[in-house]
Design a protein around this ligand. Structure first.
Ligand code: SF4
Length: 397
């Protein structure tokens, strides 16, 4: 089946040239009750959330708002844009302001160093859409300029000094809210550090303002390769014609693109939705990389699903989606324990020398341990030093 990616309709009175101009999209962002009331028949719950001074920022590009239903409050896209009254109730369940314990793993402002070989570098706190379930709500939307500041220089110094840091993940906020020249400064500063091998850009811009990803920006990423692009589509309807073109632009410039989705209650928590998203992404040469359990951040209780529900979705996908199309299911341990991978259990029995499994379609089989002993690779010493260096590090110093 060839997929159909539909073009968005500009808002009444807006020209196609304006609609396709990312600066116009940023400048015309919707952020108040009056803005949203122009384009949506607001429910009582949405009105309540929009009319109270929210603890969490609210913003959407017109482009993303146009993907949502004007009339149906339970529409999946609309639930990711518009706040609801449930968001104001932060006293229910397990709600944490910093669910991943990132503050405890920040050796200094804007740097999160949770794993030995990589750091998250939060180069902006701005986003073009404030996702209602965001795990970094305690940080985003405070309007602070950063690149070029003394804190930025200190963060760079930290990365320069951490010889074990192999990957830097540019995040925020959304790094692509910055202009090309600022982004180039960050990329060139990082490329000048010899031990930084990989730069990742974590951005929702292909979802919320795909016109931001211009040919010039893609060429910039290519100049500072290897740059990996991590994006965040949650629902097949987010894959519009404009989004599909944006993803193709990135890949055509040699930028590998990966998708990280979050499983969200009432939005994408069904096997049919996850498989539809994965197949379309793969068709566009984007690897479905992670399917995350929603973090228990403040105001996100109504978005969370149980681990059992998520595992059941993955179990049903197993064998029916190719390995290329299958995302890894992962959960961040609340409080800062890091990610753990979760997989459905296909093992039915185990003894000393054998394990038994039942496959996705019910076929049963036994895997017996080999008769001979385990032998190490002959050229192991070529690689052992590199491994021991990594395994011995905690903060790359
Ligand atoms: S784009 Fe990312 S950082 Fe920004 S609100 Fe959405 S999830 Fe949070």
């Amino acid at each position: 089946m060839k997929f159909h990616f539909q073009k968005t309709e500009p808002f009444p009175g807006v020209t196609v040239a304006e609609w396709m101009d990312w600066r116009w999209q940023f400048k015309s962002a919707l952020s108040t009750l009056a803005d949203f009331a122009q384009h949506f028949d607001l429910s009582a719950s949405e009105r309540e959330a929009l009319s109270q001074p929210s603890r969490f920022p609210i913003r959407s590009t017109p482009y993303y708002a146009a993907l949502a239903s004007r009339t149906v409050a339970t529409d999946p896209i609309r639930q990711m844009v518009l706040p609801r009254a449930e968001e104001l109730n932060t006293g229910r369940g397990q709600q944490i302001s910093d669910p991943l314990g990132e503050r405890a793993h920040s050796p200094l402002e804007r740097v999160i160093h949770r794993y030995p070989d990589r750091v998250l570098f939060l180069i902006t706190d701005q986003c073009s859409l404030y996702c209602r379930y965001c795990l970094r709500k305690h940080f985003t939307g405070q309007d602070q300029a950063f690149v070029g500041s003394s804190d930025y220089e200190k963060a760079l110094e930290y990365i320069r000094g951490g010889r074990g840091i192999r990957e830097v993940i540019l995040s925020g906020g959304d790094p692509l809210t910055l202009g090309d020249s600022r982004l180039e400064r960050v990329l060139s500063d990082l490329r000048a550090i010899e031990h930084v091998e990989i730069i990742r850009i974590a951005s929702r811009m292909p979802v919320v303002a795909p016109m931001r990803v211009t040919d010039e920006l893609c060429a910039l990423f290519k100049r500072y390769k290897p740059v990996y692009f991590m994006t965040h589509f949650n629902h097949p309807r987010e894959l519009s014609f404009e989004a599909a073109e944006c993803l193709e632009r990135l890949v055509d410039h040699g930028v590998p693109v990966f998708n990280q989705m979050v499983l969200l209650n009432g939005i994408n928590n069904h096997v049919a939705v996850v498989q539809a998203l994965s197949r379309r992404l793969l068709f566009l040469r984007v690897k479905p990389y992670y399917m995350f359990q929603c973090d228990p951040s403040e105001g996100s209780e109504h978005f969370r699903t149980s681990v059992e529900e998520s595992l059941e979705i993955q179990r049903q996908l197993w064998g029916r989606l190719s390995g290329l199309a299958m995302p890894n299911f992962s959960l961040d341990i609340p409080g800062g324990g890091g990610k753990v991978g979760l997989t459905p259990n296909f093992e039915t029995a185990r003894a000393d020398s054998q394990r038994e499994y039942r496959g996705f379609d019910g076929v049963h089989g036994v895997y017996r341990a080999p008769a001979g002993p385990s032998v190490l690779p002959a050229d192991l010493s070529d690689y052992l030093g590199e491994w021991e260096e990594l395994a011995g590090q905690r903060y790359g110093r």
